[in-house]
Design a protein around this ligand. Structure first.
Ligand code: 8OZ
Length: 366
């Protein structure tokens, strides 16, 4: 098979999502929302619309509540003002022929008192500091040591996920992705390095998965399951969330997720942004729905893993920062621009909406 005839560039249906190709834009935190209101702007409209040739865009993570925020200038999806601002993004992406879902997150302990309502401590399953940095208005700082959630607070957070899901649909998204990866709140409950609870939300695998499945049950009551995706990172220690037995923990998670009929499972294959380690392919074998692989994919890995059925969809992160027309560049096997690390987080146009398409580069050169 010639490579430009790879199934990577052919349509795929993921639940209710009809995608024009299998090249997905991974969720990317860029920290350019209004820090006060959590609203996106015209810059975001341009940025996402430039990338509408992706089979699917997954937005940067958006907090479901004020408590769910952990970094400067990340957007929210829980106020009417935020919904109205996102609506401009979804309308423009749809106008350009794209599909877009929003990633819903609550950061849990990966936060700082500066971001929390009344400067309270961030919340987590257990009162264990992450010992990682976040970025404040004053620059990098250690995340604050969290307090352990009371069991009777958890139902309120589940409702926050439902509210954010409803807000997302009102904002015109094609669906939502539940961020259950990378050491944020849900992953903190799942993994035994971060969950030391002695109540019904900690200890056994069933107990550690309780929070996730309460959220899934509630979200699927608000929107059809075939518009919901989920992101997991079983083998990653991102944000110092560690699991002593990833296969033991995530086998029942994947098996139970199968029952919902979700749009897709989005797997961070290995250490987030690092080594592709761990038996993610064994978990993939257990999964009966559409499967999206992510982590350090390049063109040849994407083409080969789609061709042999290891994955249905490939989510590219960093390459999409610097290549708004990534699917076309991959199809042509064209050179990729490199993202500038200095403009990944924060700032304005520079390093955000000024990376050229191939067409623009060729017009410039001629
Ligand atoms: C990089 C910087 C801040 C947040 C993740 C949402 O790792 C993130 C994130 C990545 O999932």
């Amino acid at each position: 098979m010639s490579q430009d005839a790879s199934p990577l560039f052919t349509p795929f249906r993921a639940g209710a999502l009809d995608l024009s190709n299998r090249v997905v834009m991974a969720p990317l935190t860029r920290s350019r929302a209004d820090d006060e209101t959590g609203t996106v702007s015209d810059l975001h409209v341009t940025y996402y619309t430039q990338r509408a040739s992706a089979g699917l865009i997954i937005t940067e993570a958006a907090q479901i509540s004020p408590q769910g925020k952990g970094y400067i200038s990340t957007p929210g999806i829980y106020t009417s003002e935020q919904v109205a601002a996102w609506r401009k993004v979804t309308d423009a992406v749809h106008e350009a022929g794209g599909k877009i879902v929003i990633q819903l997150w609550h950061v849990g302990r990966i936060s700082h008192t500066e971001f929390q309502p009344d400067r309270q401590k961030p919340v987590a399953p257990s009162a264990i500091g992450a010992d990682v940095d976040t970025y404040l208005s004053s620059g990098y700082s250690k995340t604050s040591v969290p307090r352990a959630l009371d069991a009777d607070e958890i139902a309120g957070i589940v409702l926050d996920y439902v509210h954010a899901t409803n807000c997302a649909m009102e904002a015109g998204f094609d669906g939502v992705e539940l961020h259950a990866a990378n050491g944020y709140l849900i992953d903190q409950f799942l993994k035994d390095g971060t969950n030391k609870r002695g109540d019904r939300y900690g200890g056994s695998i069933e107990n550690r998965t309780r929070f996730l499945f309460e959220i899934m049950d509630a979200m699927t009551g608000a929107v059809d399951a075939d518009r919901i995706g989920i992101r997991l990172s079983p083998f990653s220690a991102a944000n110092n969330a560690t699991e002593s037995d990833p296969m033991g923990m995530f086998t029942p998670v994947v098996e139970r997720l199968n029952r919902y009929g979700l749009a897709y499972l989005h797997m961070v294959e290995g250490q987030t942004g690092g080594e592709r380690k761990g038996d993610y392919d064994a978990l993939r074998q257990l999964w009966t729905g559409p499967y999206m692989g992510n982590n350090a994919y390049d063109r040849s890995l994407a083409i080969s893993r789609v061709a042999d059925g290891s994955v249905d969809l490939v989510a590219f992160g960093r390459p999409f920062i610097a290549n708004p027309d990534l699917p076309e560049r991959l199809r042509q096997d064209a050179t990729l621009n490199k993202p500038d690390p200095d403009t990944m987080y924060g700032g304005e146009e520079g390093g955000y909406i000024d990376y050229p398409t191939l067409e623009e580069e060729r017009a410039e050169a001629s």
